[in-house]
Ligand binder design. Structure first.
Ligand SMILES: *Cc1c(COP(=O)(O)O)cnc(C)c1O
Length: 386
C-alpha cells in the first residue's frame, strides 16, 4: 500500500466549492491588494489565538523577519533561538546582519531548553547581553515550548519574545493555570500558511499576532515600506503584504481547523497504540507530550516524529515499500555551512546533533486511513524485528 507523507486532497474535496467561490469573489472584486479579506482574516485569527490583534503578511518567514524589524534588530545585535528548527527561524536573524545565538534543545520535546537559555544569557558579558534583542522559541512539530519558563527568563533579562508558531497554530499550553494558545504567549506570534501547515493556503502566506496596539501599528507600517502616507517614508519597511486570495481561502478553512487537529490527534493515538502493540519499545520512541491532556490541543501534530535507531536505513527501507517519511531536520543550525563562521563544531550541541540523526516524521495527515497507519507500523516492525 502506497502511503504519501501528505495528501492535500481530502480537505480540498470537502471544501472545494466554498474555496472556488471565495477565490472567484476576490477575482471579481478587482480588489487585489489588502481589502476586506485581509481585515476579516486578521480579526478571526486574533480571536482564534486569543490575542488583541493580528497582521497578515506574505509568509511565515516574513512574519519572523518583520517582527525582528519592528524590534529594530540589526548589525551587532544578538537573537537567541533554538538550535533545531526550520532554516527560516535563524535565517531571518542573519538577513538583518544580526547574529543568531543557538540554544540547545530538550531531548524529549525537541524544543528550546529553558535551562540552557538561561545559562547562555548568564554567560554573556553585560555588553553582549544588552545587545540581545529577542528570543525566538519554536513550537516544533506542533507542541508549545515551555513558555512559562521562557517568559520568566525573558522578563528577568528584559528581552522580547517572538514565538515561531509556524507549526503550531491552535496548540495550547497552561501558564499560571490559564489555558493559552500559541501566539498569545510572547510579544509576537509568527504563523505560516504554507500548504503543509495545519492551516495552509493555496500558496504562501503568514500572519503575526500581537497583544499590543503599538506593535500592531509598527507591523502594519513596516508591512508597506514604512509609509503612513503614500510616498512619504518614516522608517524602512518592505512589501510584506498577504495576498487576499490566500486570506479568502484561509477564512474558508479556519472553522474546520479544530476538526483537522482532532483527526491528527486520533492518528497520533493510533500510532502510539500500534507501536506499543508491535513491541517496538527501545527501538522506536513515540512523541513525548509535555502538556497535560486536559487541554484540548496539547499537541496539534503538524508532524508525528519518532526517534529511531538506524534511522537512515529505516527511511530507505520504507521508501522502497512506497511509504514516505521525512527528516525534520538533518542538520542543526550550528553545523550549517552558512553559520560555520560563528564557530560551531561537532560535539557542541550533542542533544540536537543526536536528534538530527534519529528523528523521522511519519505521515499523519487528516484523511489517512487506519489501514495506512497499520501498514506503516508493520513495515517499521518488520525492519526492526526481523
Ligand atoms: C514553515 C516554517 C517557517 C516558515 O514559514 P514559510 O511560510 O514557509 O515562510 C518558519 N519556521 C518554522 C518552524 C516552520 O516550520
Amino acid at each position: 500500500m502506497k502511503v504519501p507523507l501528505l495528501d492535500l486532497r481530502p480537505p480540498l474535496e470537502e471544501l472545494r466549492d466554498e474555496i472556488v467561490d471565495a477565490v472567484t469573489q476576490v477575482i471579481d472584486s478587482t480588489r487585489y491588494i489588502m481589502g476586506p479579506e485581509i481585515d476579516g482574516l486578521e480579526k478571526e485569527i486574533a480571536e482564534y489565538c486569543g490575542t488583541e490583534d493580528a497582521v497578515g503578511v506574505s509568509s511565515g518567514t516574513d512574519a519572523l523577519l518583520l517582527s525582528l524589524m519592528v524590534l529594530d534588530v540589526g548589525p551587532g545585535d544578538f537573537v537567541l533561538t533554538s538550535n533545531f528548527s526550520f532554516f527560516a527561524t535563524a535565517g531571518v536573524v542573519a538577513r538583518l546582519n544580526a547574529t543568531p545565538v543557538f540554544v540547545e534543545i530538550d531531548p524529549e520535546t525537541f524544543n528550546i531548553d529553558p535551562e540552557q537559555l538561561k545559562m547562555t544569557l548568564s554567560e554573556m558579558d553585560e555588553e553582549n547581553r544588552n545587545r540581545a534583542k529577542a528570543i525566538i522559541p519554536v513550537h516544533l512539530y506542533g507542541q508549545c515550548a515551555d513558555m512559562a519558563e521562557i517568559n520568566k527568563i525573558a522578563e528577568q533579562f528584559d528581552i522580547p519574545v517572538i514565538e515561531d508558531c509556524a507549526q503550531a497554530i491552535g496548540a495550547e499550553c497552561e501558564v499560571d493555570g490559564i489555558k493559552k494558545r500559541a501566539g498569545s504567549l510572547g510579544d509576537f506570534g509568527c504563523f505560516s500558511f504554507f500548504p503543509s501547515k495545519n492551516l495552509g493556503g493555496i500558496g504562501d502566506g503568514g500572519i503575526v499576532t500581537v497583544n499590543n496596539s503599538e506593535l500592531a501599528e509598527l507591523l502594519r507600517l513596516k508591512r508597506v515600506h514604512g509609509g503612513e502616507r503614500k510616498y512619504y517614508h518614516r522608517v524602512i519597511g518592505g512589501n510584506f503584504r498577504l495576498d487576499p486570495i490566500q486570506a479568502a481561502v484561509i477564512r474558508i478553512k479556519l472553522p474546520y481547523l479544530n476538526g483537522w487537529h482532532r483527526q491528527r490527534q486520533e492518528n497520533a493515538k493510533n500510532y502510539n497504540r500500534l507501536f506499543a502493540e508491535a513491541g517496538l519499545a527501545g527501538k522506536v520512541q513515540t512523541p513525548q507530550v509535555r502538556h497535560p491532556d486536559t487541554l484540548q490541543n496539547p499537541h496539534i501534530y503538524n508532524q508525528y516524529v519518532i526517534r529511531t535507531e538506524r534511522r537512515d536505513e529505516l527511511q530507505s527501507f520504507l521508501s522502497a515499500r512506497e511509504i514516505a517519511s521525512e527528516i525534520y531536520y538533518p542538520l542543526p543550525f550550528h553545523l550549517q555551512e552558512c553559520f560555520l563562521h560563528l564557530g560551531g563544531k561537532k560535539g557542541d550541541f550533542l542533544v540536537s546533533e543526536t536528534a538530527a540523526k534519529e528523528v523521522l516524521a511519519l505521515p499523519i495527515y487528516p484523511g489517512m486511513t487506519i489501514e495506512m497507519q497499520e501498514t506503516v507500523v508493520e513495515q517499521i516492525a518488520e525492519f526492526h524485528l526481523s
